[in-house]
Design a protein around this ligand. Structure first.
Ligand SMILES: [Zn+2]
Length: 283
């Protein structure tokens, strides 16, 4: 922990941004914030990068409020984060899209997958309708290693094609960028603490605020990665580079997305997963 160096942390992210061309002149990048350390770091470092390189591009933070159960301090923290990063913030409420998060929680399906579906869908739709050229998230390397392993276990091999620092958009699907692709949660936390960057300490997952059970296995996966990194130097870096290579090969077979018959948003089925979810929601 003592060996943490905020300058080399930043430099490492800058290198990813330039190597994978995550930011280009005239980009309008929308970055989704949760109030947590990861998206906070992505937002702060990206805004610094744009300023230091004097790039002519716009960075806008946005937050989608999933319900009234979200404490005011989450929104206050996000406001502070964007003040420090000196970028504008837009706040949206899922109520305005005709969805009730609590109702979705009572559906007979895993809440995390419903929550992920809603967030992915709205983030892409909102950012695109606001004229964004790219969508940025705070997912980090350990997230991608875990996603990778879970997708192998679930035999969702096609999904692995999405695990790269820059995922080129297709049709109505915006290009997605992940400046923290080679980072991890501990470094993000250290960086925030070091520069005194505000973030919500507890889990920002809506479950936490609804006092529902959180899947403890998620934390176990991260522990395993930390454990391996102790005796296998560069484990994360090499593993992630391997994932990028696999993603490249898999993306060769990727088809253009279809447009959902109901809402017109991108999907790989006739009806998108969001509209399928809303159907259950109304029944
Ligand atoms: Zn749809």
């Amino acid at each position: 922990m003592n060996s943490f160096n905020p300058e080399s942390y930043k430099k490492k992210i800058y290198k990813i941004i330039s190597k994978y061309k995550l930011v280009q002149e005239n980009d309008k990048i929308f970055i989704g914030l949760s109030g947590g350390k990861d998206s906070g770091c992505a937002c702060f470092v990206l805004s610094e990068y744009i300023r230091e390189k004097k790039l002519k591009c716009e960075l806008v933070a946005f937050y989608i409020k999933l319900g009234d159960f979200i404490p005011e301090r989450v929104i206050e923290t996000i406001k502070k984060q964007t003040e420090v990063a000196q970028i504008p913030l837009k706040i949206y409420d899922i109520k305005d899209f005709g969805i009730s998060y609590k109702k979705i929680g009572t559906l007979n399906r895993p809440i995390c997958s419903s929550c992920g579906t809603i967030k992915r869908y709205l983030m892409n739709k909102i950012a695109r309708e606001e004229g964004a050229t790219k969508l940025c998230t705070g997912h980090h390397g350990d997230d991608f290693i875990v996603f990778f392993m879970k997708n192998i276990l679930g035999k969702n091999i096609e999904w692995i094609s999405k695990f790269t620092p820059l995922l080129e958009g297709k049709g109505k699907q915006l290009t997605r960028i992940r400046p923290l692709f080679f980072g991890n949660g501990e470094d993000n936390k250290n960086f925030c603490d070091f520069i005194n960057f505000p973030y919500i300490q507890e889990d920002v997952c809506p479950h936490f605020f609804l006092k529902q059970k959180i899947d403890k296995r998620r934390e176990k996966w991260y522990e395993v990665i930390r454990e391996i990194s102790k005796w296998q130097p560069n484990f994360r870096e090499y593993f992630l580079e391997g994932i990028i290579e696999i993603a490249k090969i898999l993306s060769l077979n990727q088809k253009e997305p279809l447009e959902c018959k109901i809402c017109g948003e991108p999907t790989n089925k006739e009806i998108c997963s969001f509209c399928r979810l809303l159907k259950f929601h109304k029944d």
